[in-house]
Design a binder for this molecule. Structure first.
Ligand SMILES: NC(=O)c1ccc[n+]([C@@H]2O[C@H](COP(=O)([O-])OP(=O)(O)OC[C@H]3O[C@@H](n4cnc5c(N)ncnc54)[C@H](OP(=O)(O)O)[C@@H]3O)[C@@H](O)[C@H]2O)c1
Length: 337
């Protein structure tokens, strides 16, 4: 198997650090690796596989000879560098929202729609974090016919980057000490609060984050307009790990027992569901590990053929870095660079 020359773009950020860690964990074999950031962090050091690397400033020429770039440096940075990477014959696996809905860009969850990778023209997009964990749970149930999907998210602050993590910590401390705190990352104070707004509002009253779940789910699972999807995305004062309450109406009859059995055998999913012993997944189970956890699987009382469930996952892993590195692994295995 050909070994690629790899670059991690945004290596000093929350997602970039996870990408670096998981590249080691998944045993990605490479010819060479480099770590890139903006001018701000250029010159800082990253230790990877026992060797110290100096972070370089991202400029077009640093991508010369690079085969695969794992990018998590924001949409404007991806828009700036993707054409430069592709022009040089490289493939970019992008975590930002820049290209997700472009027709000629595959939007991929590894293990769900790997075959879409074959259509790439140099850019591969990684879905939004709240969509990502949902896909691993929904794909195994798709054969029952997805008629209606209602998703409510409870999203951790790590999904908004390093500054947001610091804001939850500092706001909490200030609050407990009776001091005032000026929130910058969030529109409302995040400590001891629940905020029903992530990203900007669209004309239809939904937020952009909610519409990402709707549109990206359709694209990844190849669903048409007959599947009705709605989402409410909420930020909660949790450092890491997104939770989702999911209500699904199916075309065909399916029992909670069948769903439990199917998800127990599904790729990337772990079921914790023993209500009699108060066993169900929480964000603390998910933070720092790879599975998407599912539980509270029950018959939905509002739909004819309905199931309700709860799923939690590490948003920095399956919602971003883990999926990026898994895609990188597939691209190498499938010889797509
Ligand atoms: N956090 C999540 O759960 C999550 C999930 C899915 C997708 N994403 C996406 O992943 C991206 C990064 O998120 P994050 O949470 O890791 O943010 P972050 O902690 O703020 O890190 C941003 C990274 O991008 C680098 N960067 C910024 N501007 C750059 C430029 N002009 N050129 C080169 N590098 C630049 C930063 O370098 P410096 O250190 O030099 O500033 C840093 O390494 C975003 O697009 C975000 O939407 C995040």
């Amino acid at each position: 198997m050909k070994k690629p020359r790899i670059a991690v773009l945004g290596a000093t950020g929350v997602v970039g650090r996870e990408i670096t860690k998981i590249t080691d964990e998944l045993g990605i074999e490479f010819e060479d690796i480099k770590f890139l950031s903006s001018a701000r962090s250029a010159g800082s050091k990253i230790t990877f596989k026992g060797r110290e690397y100096t972070v370089e400033e991202a400029k077009p020429e640093v991508f010369d000879g690079i085969n695969i770039v794992m990018a998590s440096a924001g949409a404007s940075t991806s828009k700036l560098f993707a054409p430069e990477i592709v022009k040089r014959g490289g493939v970019i696996i992008d975590n930002s929202s820049a290209f997700r809905m472009d027709d000629d860009v595959p939007l991929v969850i590894a293990g769900v729609n790997d075959e879409d990778l074959r259509k790439h023209k140099g850019i591969i997009a990684n879905p939004n974090c709240s969509t990502s964990q949902l896909m691993l749970v929904l794909e195994p149930l798709k054969s029952f016919g997805l008629k209606t999907l209602i998703v409510s998210t409870y999203q951790a602050v790590s999904g908004a980057g390093l500054a947001a993590i610091n804001e939850l910590r500092d706001d909490t401390i200030a609050n407990l000490e009776g001091k005032t705190f000026e929130n910058k990352c969030f529109k409302k104070p995040i400590s001891f609060n629940v905020i029903p707004q992530i990203d900007v509002f669209c004309d239809n009253g939904y937020t952009k984050e909610e519409m990402k779940v709707v549109n990206e789910t359709r694209k990844i699972l190849h669903l048409d307009e007959n599947t009705k999807i709605s989402c409410t995305a909420v930020r909660v004062p949790v450092f890491n790990g997104h939770s989702e309450a999911v209500d699904i109406e199916f075309e065909k009859t399916v029992t909670p027992e069948e769903v439990r059995e199917i998800l127990s055998n599904a790729y990337g999913v772990k079921v914790i569901d023993n209500p009699e012993n108060y066993e169900f997944p929480t964000t603390r189970d998910a933070s720092g590990v790879n599975p998407v956890f599912a539980g509270r699987i029950r018959k939905n009382l509002a739909f004819n053929n309905g199931i309700s469930l709860w799923c939690v996952a590490d948003n920095l892993r399956i919602g971003a870095a883990l999926n990026t590195v898994r895609i990188c692994k597939r691209v190498i295995e499938m010889g797509l660079f």
